[in-house]
Ligand binder design. Sequence first.
Ligand SMILES: *Cc1c(COP(=O)(O)O)cnc(C)c1O
Length: 417
Amino acid sequence: MSESEEDFEAGAHRSVVRRGKRVGSASEPLVTPIWPSVAWRSGGPDALDALYDHPGSGYTYAREGHPNADVLADKLDWLEGGEGGLITASGMAALAGVVLGVVERGQHVIAGNQLYGRSARLLGRDLRRFGVSVTFADATDAEAIAAEIRPETRLIVIETVSNPLLGIADLEGIAALARRHGILLAVDNTFTTPRAIRPLEFGADVVFNSVTKLLAGHSDVTLGHVLVRDRLLRDQIRDAVVTWGLTPSPFDCWLAERGLHSFALRYDRATENATELADFLAELEGVEQVLYPGRPDHPQHGRARHLLGGNWGQMLSFRLAGGRAAVAAMVEAMPHVPFAPTLGDVATLISHPATSSHRGLLPAERAALGIDEGLVRVSVGIEDIELIKDEFERGIAAARAAARAGGDEGEAEPEAG
Ligand SMILES: *Cc1c(COP(=O)(O)O)cnc(C)c1O
């Protein structure tokens, strides 16, 4: 025994700081442990060299990667049909990682004109500050995208189902264009999830998700996932994610993994509920229009059937007569349905795109897209459908009353024809 070990045994300089017994077991835990460790100790300089030279052989520093992210990435990769996917700190971090990893100054990006609000801002404002030009076009029409292609176009970013009007992108047409012109196609799959569609199988080069939403499913996690077909591009995006610090927390990864166990059940139940709720709302007086890909009156219903295979998803939108006052009355009459700007929760949530996801646009820009003050977006949850229907029936009755009162005072918006 060395002198210091003798001291330790004798308790001369007692300290528990990184000293003491490590746990091992001949058996394995059923549940993935949480590894919050920022740093990983190795045997010395040669061992550390080997770890850096062979990514995947072991961990070094948590921003470079950690087991909880890898466990989660592996499951999401499998759902999306690829490998080598990256977990990021948020859905926005996934998009940021893609852009930082593949786009250079002087290049051009084409984006769908109904992207998630922050995505539109990242591309339309922030990216321009770095000398990248960006144009927006209607992704339901491949010709509209084709018209924007330039020699320096590097990337196209779309969502298969748009927010909040639920337009269905011409994914196959755009993928064919992108391939023909050597442009990368990145698809945000958050609204649809890999339960409805795996964009890589339709020709996308990159697919990313806000795991925050339906995948984790309980509104207690902020995370993203990005999966890249090409190995080299994947490594560029990984370097951007690690360097710009877009990496996730182990605890969030652990929670998301737990949420994922019930993802398929939640998705199917929410889709069933949304399908029934859409038809129910369409019959209520005061509802001017229901937008849901599963309804035959949806403008791209046939394309939705082809791309989503009947997995229409939990998102629907509808237009209320009476504008903002009617929406406010509806929200007030539905105290158990949270008015909250997120989606994909276990509970049904209502939001108002004009004041949340699309508040950054000018009223004229919103009007051009068809986002008026009476538009309501619903993320349908997994509750008993009869309960959800009762609540909306009550809410829309209150909206009708408000619209009538507003009409008497001459304050209501003119009803859409
Ligand atoms: C929420 C959302 C994002 C951003 O994800 P965060 O995890 O909130 O950063 C991106 N795209 C879509 C379609 C979203 O709904």
